[in-house]
Write a protein that binds this ligand. Structure first.
Ligand code: SAH
Ligand code: ZN
Ligand code: ZN
Ligand code: ZN
Ligand code: ZN
Length: 554
């Protein structure tokens, strides 16, 4: 337990570089992380941009570890294998067929994630099949797809109908004509199925089940943590075209709350840059965003997205016990709010529960009373806050001023020493932050430099220190192994001795040819086990080894 607390306290930083050059896992390019071990030690490694839980994605590679061709091949293969057998276009074709049938002849197989005609249902005897499927359900797939709530990384929590209306109302107020829904399927469905709104919507989400319900022009499988387009250039072009049209564009996003805010913010800025560039706008123009996030994580949002402020509107969900109101929900109703980068006065809220504060020029909960001393409507959680003269600010109604802590606290709190909150991620000592740590030396840690030098001395034939170094080495040396999946594709296209050229080709090949190269990872593993000549025997072994290294790091 002590160890847990320790690894919690010493943090992991994201190092945002050009992600395209990082190795890829099935979720797209990985991210370079730096874990601080105390005493000035730190370790850099590549890991999944999206899954914090190693059980969801086992990708792990120390930044100074060697990238063998075998490893690279394994990674590339995993990416190819993870791709669905049917392309988006093919899956949407089925939608078109099914759409023409009466509701009673339509079904959806939840086990195989595919729409079916009645005549195909016999193949799904042991599957979970939903039938009939109404027109409403066909246009609102989120009502039949089982939400992946338990999956930590997808964290699918769906807006209640009332909140969809309020958000769509906000978009109308802003005179929006194009909406980019990133991780917001319910908003996309509402817009796409309501022509009278005169808005068009493009949905970008990691959940590829939506390929069965929306065309490649309406839905793109996308990862918001690394700006990765799973369906490649065509999908990226669709996105670029969508944002380039000269109409009022707004982004609506309800990201998983456990993800890395730095990455989300970085990618939102990337989208904004793309938008500006495609329309020839200057760098002062901000792309309007409705960013849905809990109020108690407000600091995270504002520190990464400084132009954002928090609306007082409480967002309600259908399937979230913590974030919805009602008997099972939070005491004070939903904790989720909408953050915006436009003036708050542009967001009128439903008059049953909200009112306009004329002083603030902002719509707030009717319980949120304006404080003259703070000069604002200070409540965060929807209750009426009270002003404390000792703290010189408004605090939660149940809090009391503690003279030992010299600030307001819950009445049952345990007093702590002042300043204990300030703890260094580098050395673990209190009193300064990581950036000011005396043990830290401009971006690179002493111990890292030392160990690199030692390692180099030991090994005459030096191992690459980082992927960057490795790439340089390979570029200068001519005895090249593939540098990246892209390069590899190029090489294979020019060389005729083909392995799969692209996912598309691979799919075709698999469909036509029966006698072929390892079709599955399993086959490949067998081959490698019988042939003795190889490194990572299996993903499992690889994972075990990684786990060992990783646990040494924590
Ligand atoms: N409240 C929203 C849904 C939010 S749940 C609504 O009702 O419309 C989070 C959404 O983000 C889900 O649709 C999930 O599939 C998607 N998501 C999760 N991780 C993602 C990622 N890395 N990139 C893109 N979308 C992601
Ligand atoms: Zn991953
Ligand atoms: Zn006010
Ligand atoms: Zn006050
Ligand atoms: Zn106080």
């Amino acid at each position: 337990n002590n160890k847990m607390a320790n690894s919690d306290r010493l943090g992991v930083d994201v190092i945002i570089n050009d992600l395209k050059n990082n190795p890829s896992c099935v979720h797209g390019p990985t991210v370079l992380f730096e874990r601080f071990l105390g005493n000035g030690h730190s370790r850099k490694f590549y890991s999944c941009s999206t899954c914090r839980d190693r059980r969801d994605c086992g990708f792990f590679h120390l930044a100074d570890g060697k990238i063998t061709s075998c490893k690279r091949e394994l990674w590339a293969r995993l990416v190819i294998e993870a791709a669905p057998i049917l392309s988006h276009q093919e899956r949407f074709k089925i939608w078109k067929t099914v759409k023409r049938l009466p509701a009673s002849d339509r079904s959806y197989c939840s086990s195989c994630s595919s729409l079916l005609k009645k005549s195909d249902m016999s193949d799904h005897g042991s599957c979970a099949v939903i039938s009939p499927i109404s027109d409403e359900q066909l246009s609102h797939p989120s009502t039949i797809l089982v939400p992946k709530e338990s999956s930590k990384f997808e964290a699918q929590y769906l807006f209640a109908t009332s909140s969809v209306s309020v958000i769509v109302g906000m978009l109308q107020n802003l005179n929006t004509s194009r909406v980019l829904c990133i991780g917001a399927p319910r908003v996309h469905e509402a817009i796409a199925s309501s022509p009278h709104l005169n808005m068009s919507s493009l949905m970008m989400d990691i959940d590829d089940r939506y390929c069965s319900f929306f065309s490649p022009k309406q839905f793109i499988q996308y990862n918001m943590f690394n700006h990765h387009f799973f369906e490649g250039e065509t999908a990226k072009n669709t996105y670029e075209h969508f944002i380039s049209v000269d109409e009022n564009l707004v982004i609506v996003t309800d990201p998983p709350f456990g993800g890395r805010m730095e990455l989300l913010a970085h990618n939102l800025k990337q989208i904004q840059d793309d938008w500006r560039r495609s329309r020839g706008l200057d760098s002062h123009r901000e792309l309007p965003v409705l960013f849905v996030f809990p109020y108690f994580m407000e600091q995270q949002v504002i520190s990464s997205l400084p132009s954002f402020t928090m609306l007082d509107y409480q967002v309600d969900y259908d399937n979230h016990p913590l974030y919805s109101s009602g008997p099972k929900g939070m005491k004070n109703g939903s904790a989720v709010r909408v953050f915006v980068n436009l003036p708050q006065s542009m967001f009128p809220l439903p008059e049953e529960s909200y009112h306009l504060c004329k002083v603030c020029d902002r719509w707030v909960s009717i319980n949120n009373q304006h404080c003259d001393k703070c000069n604002g409507c200070m409540s965060k959680d929807g209750r009426t806050y009270k002003h404390c003269d000792g703290c010189n600010k408004c605090v939660k109604p149940s809090w009391v001023h503690c003279s030992d802590c010299s600030r307001c606290q819950p009445h049952d709190h345990r007093c702590q020493e002042a300043g204990s909150a300030l703890t260094c991620h580098m050395c673990g000592h209190s009193g300064h932050k990581r950036m000011d740590c005396p043990k830290r030396k401009l971006g690179c840690t002493l111990s890292d430099d030392e160990s690199k030098r030692k390692r180099r001395k030991r090994n005459k034939n030096t191992l690459p220190l980082s992927l960057e170094d490795e790439r340089m080495r390979r570029k200068t040396n001519k005895n090249t192994l593939p540098l990246s999946l892209e390069d590899e594709r190029m090489r294979r296209k020019t060389n005729k001795n083909t392995l799969p050229l692209s996912l598309e080709d691979e799919r075709m090949r698999r469909k036509t040819n029966k006698n072929t190269l390892p079709l599955s990872l399993e086959d490949e593993r067998m081959r490698r086990k019988t042939n003795k000549n190889t490194l990572p025997l299996s993903l499992e072994d690889e994972r075990k080894r990684n786990m060992e290294i990783f646990s040494q790091l924590t």
